[in-house]
Design a protein around this ligand. Structure first.
Ligand code: F6P
Length: 337
């Protein structure tokens, strides 16, 4: 078993940046967040940034690096973007790939769960539990902005579990009037505070994504919480505060469920290689690990189902999902007999 350091970056380096993985490397792994091998989410090998500012295709160098290791198969661990890149490399290089879904966003198709999601939901729920007290003490509207890229899975799950009054997700168009209406309704019922969760990909009311550009020109989602806070304060005069949970959701001690799933996925991936079955992704379905074609998993994006169980549960509990009432076409008058 060889561990490749920093993913495709390790295969680009000469000598190749990889090291044997021993059983002793797994000691304490269950309680460790992140990855002991390192990773990268920048630099698509098919459009790789070069020192001169241009981009080029370095896929053949990566494939050559992989071949130098003389492996039987590669286990790729990641979300849809990483797995799509690894599959393209495997097809081009003619090597054997087995994939394990790992992303806090839980947006990969064909699996109910990916590694990291449960831990992120736990952390976001705990944050809401903590915000609850200061919201009540100071009579504030507390807004928690969570990650999830284009999907609202973390927001919905943590929002219900953490007793949010309002949950905004990119899958359900919202209106500020509906959000403010909920805050006013809570006030009228004698509640002096409100808890709100917003997924980072929720747009402004006029449909623009809110992003931040970090160093090295990396553009990431972030900031919609403050946009909402400013507009809610202006409309309701409520005192608002924003917490952007950020990368805290990706660290810390993994939850027991994530440890179980990661262990079961690892066992299943090795079994698939032993059986000579290549190009599948291990997947969690109906309390079992099954395997599905990687191609299908990455082609099918898993957004929150606006009519699914969790959204229906949230609505039934009186949680406002921000619904924008669709504008109705003018009705023709009907003459009754
Ligand atoms: O895909 C995982 C994720 O944490 C997203 O939820 C988030 O939008 C993004 O990565 C953040 O990326 P970075 O770590 O590059 O800031």
């Amino acid at each position: 078993m060889i561990g490749i350091l920093r993913s495709t970056q390790g295969l680009l380096q000469r000598p190749i940046d990889a090291r044997p993985l021993e059983l002793t490397d797994t000691y304490s792994l269950l309680t460790t967040g992140g990855t002991i091998l390192g990773t990268t989410n920048k630099g698509n090998p098919f459009a790789f940034p070069k020192a001169d500012g241009t981009v080029g295709d370095c896929s053949e160098e990566i494939i050559d690096g992989y071949r130098q290791l003389g492996l039987d198969a590669l286990i790729g661990i990641g979300g849809d973007g990483s797995l799509a890149i690894l599959r393209k490399l495997a097809v081009q290089g003619g090597f054997n790939l087995v994939a394990i879904p790992k992303t806090i966003d839980n947006d990969l198709g064909s699996t109910e769960r990916s590694i990291g999601f449960d831990t992120a939901v736990n952390i976001a729920t705990e944050a809401l539990d903590r915000l609850h007290f200061t919201a009540a003490s100071h009579s504030r509207v507390m807004i928690l902005e969570v990650m999830g890229r284009d999907a609202g899975h973390i927001a919905v799950s943590a929002g219900i579990a953490g007793g949010a009054d309002i949950i905004l997700i990119p899958e359900i168009p919202y209106s500020l009037d509906a959000v403010c209406g909920q805050i006013e309704a809570l006030k009228a019922r004698g509640r002096n505070f409100a808890l709100m969760v917003v997924a980072e990909a929720v747009c402004t009311e006029t449909g623009e994504k809110v992003t931040r550009t970090h160093a090295l020109s990396q553009c990431r989602l972030g900031g919609v919480g403050q946009y909402l806070a400013d507009h809610i304060s202006a409309k309701t005069e409520a005192e608002t505060r924003v917490t952007v949970l950020g990368h805290v959701q990706r660290g810390g001690t993994p939850s027991p469920l994530d440890r179980l799933i990661a262990t079961a996925f690892g066992v299943a991936a090795v079994d698939l290689i032993a059986e000579g079955q290549f190009d599948p992704m291990v997947s969690w379905q109906h309390r079992r690990v099954v395997s599905v074609p990687i191609e299908r998993a990455i082609a099918h994006y898993q957004a929150v189902d606006p009519h699914g169980t969790l959204v229906r549960t949230a609505r039934a509990m009186g949680i406002c999902m921000g619904d924008r009432v669709p504008e109705r076409a003018p009705q023709a008058a009907v003459a009754l007999p």
